[in-house]
Design a protein around this ligand. Sequence first.
Ligand SMILES: *[C@@H]1O[C@H](CO)[C@@H](O)[C@H](O)[C@H]1NC(C)=O
Ligand SMILES: *[C@@H]1O[C@H](CO)[C@@H](O)[C@H](O)[C@H]1NC(C)=O
Length: 249
Amino acid sequence: MKKSLRLLAVLLAFLHEISATQLQLNGEIRDNQLPANIGSPALLTCEVVNNTNAETLMWYRGTQQVDVKAENNVNVSHVCIPNVTSEDNGVSFTCLLKSDTSVKLSMQLNVPFNPVLSGDTIINGEESKTVQIICGFKANPAAAMFWRKNEKLFTLPDHYKQDMTTDSLHLTIEKVTKKDSANYTCVALSNGTETTRVFELIVADRKEELPVEAIAAAVVVGALIIAFAIFARRDKIFRCKKAEDETAM
Ligand SMILES: *[C@@H]1O[C@H](CO)[C@@H](O)[C@H](O)[C@H]1NC(C)=O
Ligand SMILES: *[C@@H]1O[C@H](CO)[C@@H](O)[C@H](O)[C@H]1NC(C)=O
Protein backbone atom coordinates (compact mmCIF):
# COMPACT_ATOMS: atom_id res chain seq x y z
CA MET A 1 0.00 0.00 0.00
CA LYS A 2 2.70 2.44 1.10
CA LYS A 3 4.84 1.40 -1.82
CA SER A 4 2.11 2.01 -4.42
CA LEU A 5 1.39 5.44 -2.90
CA ARG A 6 5.00 6.37 -3.29
CA LEU A 7 4.90 5.12 -6.87
CA LEU A 8 1.82 7.25 -7.52
CA ALA A 9 3.57 10.31 -6.09
CA VAL A 10 6.56 9.76 -8.39
CA LEU A 11 4.23 9.30 -11.36
CA LEU A 12 2.33 12.49 -10.54
CA ALA A 13 5.58 14.43 -10.19
CA PHE A 14 6.68 13.08 -13.56
CA LEU A 15 3.37 14.01 -15.19
CA HIS A 16 3.60 17.47 -13.64
CA GLU A 17 7.11 17.79 -14.97
CA ILE A 18 6.16 16.98 -18.56
CA SER A 19 2.93 19.02 -18.46
CA ALA A 20 4.36 22.02 -16.57
CA THR A 21 4.11 25.38 -18.24
CA GLN A 22 7.45 26.11 -19.88
CA LEU A 23 9.02 28.77 -22.03
CA GLN A 24 10.85 28.71 -25.31
CA LEU A 25 13.09 31.61 -26.28
CA ASN A 26 13.89 31.67 -29.99
CA GLY A 27 13.03 27.97 -29.97
CA GLU A 28 15.52 27.17 -27.18
CA ILE A 29 14.47 25.69 -23.85
CA ARG A 30 17.70 26.72 -22.06
CA ASP A 31 19.55 29.99 -21.50
CA ASN A 32 21.50 30.75 -24.62
CA GLN A 33 23.45 33.27 -26.66
CA LEU A 34 22.12 35.16 -29.63
CA PRO A 35 24.66 36.12 -32.30
CA ALA A 36 23.87 39.60 -33.67
CA ASN A 37 25.63 42.00 -35.99
CA ILE A 38 26.25 45.73 -35.65
CA GLY A 39 23.70 47.74 -37.64
CA SER A 40 21.34 44.77 -38.07
CA PRO A 41 18.13 44.04 -36.19
CA ALA A 42 17.90 41.28 -33.56
CA LEU A 43 14.61 39.57 -32.82
CA LEU A 44 13.68 37.66 -29.68
CA THR A 45 10.56 35.51 -29.50
CA CYS A 46 9.33 34.05 -26.24
CA GLU A 47 6.60 31.43 -26.29
CA VAL A 48 4.65 29.63 -23.58
CA VAL A 49 4.30 25.85 -24.03
CA ASN A 50 2.26 23.26 -22.12
CA ASN A 51 -0.01 25.93 -20.69
CA THR A 52 -3.64 25.33 -19.80
CA ASN A 53 -4.51 29.00 -19.30
CA ALA A 54 -3.59 32.18 -21.07
CA GLU A 55 -0.22 33.30 -19.70
CA THR A 56 1.15 36.83 -19.58
CA LEU A 57 4.84 37.30 -20.38
CA MET A 58 7.28 39.91 -19.07
CA TRP A 59 10.69 40.99 -20.35
CA TYR A 60 13.85 42.36 -18.75
CA ARG A 61 16.81 43.93 -20.53
CA GLY A 62 19.56 43.36 -17.95
CA THR A 63 17.86 44.46 -14.72
CA GLN A 64 15.42 46.86 -16.40
CA GLN A 65 11.91 45.79 -17.23
CA VAL A 66 10.97 46.25 -20.89
CA ASP A 67 7.55 47.67 -21.69
CA VAL A 68 5.63 45.43 -24.08
CA LYS A 69 2.16 46.19 -25.40
CA ALA A 70 -0.81 44.14 -24.10
CA GLU A 71 -1.40 42.63 -27.55
CA ASN A 72 2.20 41.39 -27.50
CA ASN A 73 2.38 39.67 -24.11
CA VAL A 74 -0.14 36.79 -24.03
CA ASN A 75 1.24 33.27 -24.69
CA VAL A 76 3.80 34.64 -27.12
CA SER A 77 5.81 37.88 -27.12
CA HIS A 78 8.39 39.49 -29.42
CA VAL A 79 11.11 42.00 -28.65
CA CYS A 80 13.09 43.62 -31.44
CA ILE A 81 16.36 45.58 -31.28
CA PRO A 82 16.13 47.49 -34.59
CA ASN A 83 19.77 48.54 -34.80
CA VAL A 84 22.31 46.51 -32.83
CA THR A 85 25.41 48.39 -31.58
CA SER A 86 28.59 47.21 -29.84
CA GLU A 87 27.00 48.50 -26.60
CA ASP A 88 24.46 45.65 -26.86
CA ASN A 89 27.21 43.03 -26.63
CA GLY A 90 26.83 40.93 -23.49
CA VAL A 91 23.38 42.34 -22.68
CA SER A 92 20.91 39.71 -21.46
CA PHE A 93 17.23 39.64 -22.35
CA THR A 94 15.07 37.61 -20.00
CA CYS A 95 11.51 36.43 -20.59
CA LEU A 96 9.41 35.51 -17.52
CA LEU A 97 5.96 34.11 -16.75
CA LYS A 98 4.03 36.80 -14.89
CA SER A 99 2.12 34.16 -12.89
CA ASP A 100 5.34 32.44 -11.77
CA THR A 101 8.50 34.50 -12.27
CA SER A 102 10.68 31.48 -11.39
CA VAL A 103 9.81 30.27 -14.91
CA LYS A 104 12.19 32.30 -17.07
CA LEU A 105 14.71 32.08 -19.88
CA SER A 106 17.58 34.39 -20.85
CA MET A 107 19.44 35.13 -24.02
CA GLN A 108 22.70 37.06 -24.11
CA LEU A 109 23.57 39.07 -27.19
CA ASN A 110 26.90 38.22 -28.74
CA VAL A 111 27.94 41.11 -30.99
CA PRO A 112 31.38 40.83 -32.61
CA PHE A 113 33.26 44.13 -33.05
CA ASN A 114 36.82 45.33 -33.65
CA PRO A 115 38.87 46.24 -30.55
CA VAL A 116 38.42 49.78 -29.24
CA LEU A 117 41.32 51.25 -27.20
CA SER A 118 41.18 54.31 -24.92
CA GLY A 119 43.12 56.34 -22.33
CA ASP A 120 45.20 59.52 -21.91
CA THR A 121 48.00 59.33 -24.49
CA ILE A 122 50.41 61.79 -22.84
CA ILE A 123 51.87 60.67 -19.53
CA ASN A 124 54.09 63.05 -17.60
CA GLY A 125 56.45 61.38 -15.18
CA GLU A 126 58.98 62.70 -12.72
CA GLU A 127 62.36 61.03 -12.10
CA SER A 128 62.37 58.36 -9.36
CA LYS A 129 58.57 58.44 -9.01
CA THR A 130 56.10 55.73 -10.14
CA VAL A 131 54.15 56.17 -13.37
CA GLN A 132 51.30 54.12 -14.73
CA ILE A 133 50.12 53.87 -18.34
CA ILE A 134 46.54 52.66 -18.63
CA CYS A 135 45.19 51.34 -21.92
CA GLY A 136 41.44 50.74 -21.77
CA PHE A 137 40.09 48.13 -24.17
CA LYS A 138 36.90 46.55 -25.40
CA ALA A 139 36.83 43.64 -27.82
CA ASN A 140 34.63 40.74 -28.90
CA PRO A 141 35.99 38.16 -29.42
CA ALA A 142 38.67 38.74 -26.75
CA ALA A 143 41.93 40.17 -28.13
CA ALA A 144 45.52 39.35 -27.13
CA MET A 145 46.86 42.47 -25.38
CA PHE A 146 50.52 43.54 -25.13
CA TRP A 147 52.92 46.51 -25.22
CA ARG A 148 55.58 47.65 -27.66
CA LYS A 149 58.23 50.25 -26.76
CA ASN A 150 59.22 52.62 -29.58
CA GLU A 151 57.54 50.17 -31.99
CA LYS A 152 59.66 47.24 -30.78
CA LEU A 153 58.62 44.20 -28.78
CA PHE A 154 60.50 44.29 -25.48
CA THR A 155 60.96 42.19 -22.39
CA LEU A 156 59.84 44.09 -19.34
CA PRO A 157 62.79 45.33 -17.25
CA ASP A 158 62.65 44.63 -13.48
CA HIS A 159 61.18 47.99 -12.56
CA TYR A 160 58.31 47.47 -15.04
CA LYS A 161 55.15 45.61 -14.08
CA GLN A 162 52.28 44.68 -16.36
CA ASP A 163 48.80 43.70 -15.27
CA MET A 164 45.39 43.47 -16.77
CA THR A 165 41.78 43.81 -15.68
CA THR A 166 38.74 42.77 -17.74
CA ASP A 167 38.82 46.12 -19.54
CA SER A 168 42.30 47.64 -19.18
CA LEU A 169 45.99 46.83 -19.61
CA HIS A 170 48.32 48.56 -17.14
CA LEU A 171 52.04 49.24 -17.39
CA THR A 172 53.53 50.39 -14.11
CA ILE A 173 57.08 51.75 -14.01
CA GLU A 174 58.65 52.20 -10.60
CA LYS A 175 61.46 54.70 -9.95
CA VAL A 176 61.15 55.98 -13.49
CA THR A 177 64.25 57.47 -15.18
CA LYS A 178 64.67 59.64 -18.28
CA LYS A 179 65.70 56.49 -20.17
CA ASP A 180 62.11 55.26 -19.78
CA SER A 181 60.83 58.23 -21.81
CA ALA A 182 59.44 56.58 -24.94
CA ASN A 183 56.38 55.83 -27.02
CA TYR A 184 54.58 52.82 -25.59
CA THR A 185 52.16 51.18 -27.99
CA CYS A 186 49.22 49.28 -26.59
CA VAL A 187 48.42 46.46 -29.04
CA ALA A 188 45.19 44.47 -29.31
CA LEU A 189 45.56 41.46 -31.60
CA SER A 190 42.30 39.96 -32.78
CA ASN A 191 41.59 37.76 -35.83
CA GLY A 192 45.11 38.43 -37.09
CA THR A 193 44.62 42.23 -37.13
CA GLU A 194 46.22 44.73 -34.81
CA THR A 195 44.53 47.73 -33.26
CA THR A 196 46.99 50.12 -31.60
CA ARG A 197 47.10 53.22 -29.43
CA VAL A 198 50.35 55.09 -28.72
CA PHE A 199 51.06 56.48 -25.25
CA GLU A 200 53.97 58.93 -24.95
CA LEU A 201 55.80 58.92 -21.63
CA ILE A 202 57.81 62.07 -20.89
CA VAL A 203 59.99 61.92 -17.77
CA ALA A 204 61.07 65.28 -16.32
CA ASP A 205 63.60 66.17 -13.62
CA ARG A 206 62.51 65.66 -10.10
CA LYS A 207 60.93 68.82 -8.69
CA GLU A 208 62.85 70.27 -5.71
CA GLU A 209 60.73 69.98 -2.64
CA LEU A 210 61.28 72.15 0.44
CA PRO A 211 62.09 69.79 3.28
CA VAL A 212 59.55 69.98 6.11
CA GLU A 213 62.24 70.01 8.86
CA ALA A 214 63.94 73.07 7.36
CA ILE A 215 60.63 74.95 7.27
CA ALA A 216 59.89 73.97 10.87
CA ALA A 217 63.37 75.07 11.98
CA ALA A 218 62.98 78.41 10.17
CA VAL A 219 59.64 79.02 11.91
CA VAL A 220 61.15 78.29 15.33
CA VAL A 221 64.17 80.55 14.70
CA GLY A 222 61.89 83.32 13.45
CA ALA A 223 59.70 83.09 16.53
CA LEU A 224 62.75 83.21 18.80
CA ILE A 225 64.09 86.32 17.04
CA ILE A 226 60.75 88.12 17.46
CA ALA A 227 60.49 87.06 21.11
CA PHE A 228 64.05 88.19 21.71
CA ALA A 229 63.41 91.55 20.00
CA ILE A 230 60.35 92.19 22.17
CA PHE A 231 62.32 91.19 25.24
CA ALA A 232 65.15 93.56 24.27
CA ARG A 233 62.72 96.42 23.58
CA ARG A 234 60.97 95.80 26.86
CA ASP A 235 64.25 96.08 28.60
CA LYS A 236 64.87 99.44 26.89
CA ILE A 237 61.34 100.68 27.63
CA PHE A 238 61.74 99.56 31.19
CA ARG A 239 65.06 101.31 31.47
CA CYS A 240 63.69 104.44 29.82
CA LYS A 241 60.71 104.44 32.18
CA LYS A 242 63.07 104.02 35.03
CA ALA A 243 65.10 106.95 33.75
CA GLU A 244 61.95 109.07 33.35
CA ASP A 245 60.94 108.17 36.84
CA GLU A 246 64.32 109.12 38.01
CA THR A 247 64.23 112.50 36.24
CA ALA A 248 60.73 113.09 37.47
CA MET A 249 61.89 112.69 40.94
C1 LIG B 1 -3.19 31.15 -24.64
O1 LIG B 1 -3.10 29.75 -24.43
C2 LIG B 1 -4.19 29.20 -23.76
C3 LIG B 1 -3.88 27.72 -23.52
O2 LIG B 1 -3.55 27.07 -24.71
C4 LIG B 1 -5.48 29.38 -24.57
O3 LIG B 1 -6.57 28.87 -23.86
C5 LIG B 1 -5.66 30.89 -24.84
O4 LIG B 1 -6.77 31.06 -25.69
C6 LIG B 1 -4.44 31.46 -25.48
N1 LIG B 1 -4.63 32.90 -25.58
C7 LIG B 1 -4.22 33.61 -26.63
C8 LIG B 1 -4.54 35.08 -26.58
O5 LIG B 1 -3.60 33.11 -27.55
C1 LIG C 1 57.19 59.62 -29.88
O1 LIG C 1 56.91 59.65 -31.25
C2 LIG C 1 56.87 60.97 -31.79
C3 LIG C 1 56.43 60.87 -33.24
O2 LIG C 1 57.15 59.90 -33.91
C4 LIG C 1 58.22 61.62 -31.63
O3 LIG C 1 58.18 62.93 -32.12
C5 LIG C 1 58.56 61.65 -30.16
O4 LIG C 1 59.85 62.18 -29.96
C6 LIG C 1 58.50 60.27 -29.55
N1 LIG C 1 58.67 60.40 -28.12
C7 LIG C 1 59.62 59.77 -27.41
C8 LIG C 1 59.63 60.06 -25.95
O5 LIG C 1 60.40 58.98 -27.91
